[in-house]
Design a protein around this ligand. Structure first.
Ligand code: HEM
Ligand code: HEM
Length: 126
């Protein structure tokens, strides 16, 4: 599979996961996991779908940097989501803080790499 399709598939899987959590929150009227839901939807789901479209339309390719961007984003998103789920499930911020910090750095690095790829890219002709 290519970088854009992996972003798209993983993003859609996170969207379905986040919707299921949102449905659970609505049904139980327990909104305690709202930040987890928000970041599943937006960091796990919306951003990768956006990265997939940009990667394809702007021809960012399947080079090493595009694969690194993919890996950094999804590692960061997965760590962030699991840590948020544990935190808002009653976990300890002292234990989970380092994982949240690392996950934030990974997602930020992936976005910086996207900026680099965007500047370097040759977009499709319109
Ligand atoms: C099956 C679909 C969905 C369900 C059942 C659902 C459910 C919920 C629930 C129950 C809340 C908590 C509201 C509150 O406590 O004020 C919430 C908040 C939120 N949802 Fe969803 N949601 C769904 C889809 C989405 C989608 C598609 C997105 C974005 C792509 C999204 C993004 C958010 C955000 C950002 C918040 C936090 C809003 C705030 O800061 O007040 N949700 N959702
Ligand atoms: C490095 C990545 C990120 C970090 C460290 C981060 C951190 C945070 C923190 C600490 C909050 C406050 C939560 C609370 O009040 O309990 C928050 C809320 C929020 N973030 Fe993020 N965020 C990140 C990325 C993003 C991205 C990329 C988006 C959107 C595309 C986003 C959308 C939101 C929204 C809508 C809220 C308010 C809803 C809520 O409280 O659940 N975040 N974020």
């Amino acid at each position: 599979m290519k970088v854009d399709r992996i972003h798209l598939v993983l993003g859609l899987l996170w969207l379905i996961t986040g919707m299921a959590l949102g449905e659970h929150m609505g049904r139980t009227q327990d909104h305690g996991q709202m930040p987890t839901h928000s970041h599943i939807m937006l960091v796990g789901g919306v951003l990768p779908v956006l990265w997939a479209i940009l990667n394809r339309d702007w021809k960012m390719g399947s080079g090493l940097l595009a694969w690194a961007q993919l890996g950094l984003h999804h590692a960061g998103a997965a760590i962030m989501i699991v840590a948020l789920y544990k935190l808002y499930g009653g976990g300890d911020i002292v234990t989970l803080g380092p994982a949240l910090g690392v996950s934030a750095v990974l997602v930020i690095l992936a976005t910086v790499l996207m900026l680099f790829l965007a500047v370097r890219a040759r977009p499709a002709a319109t």
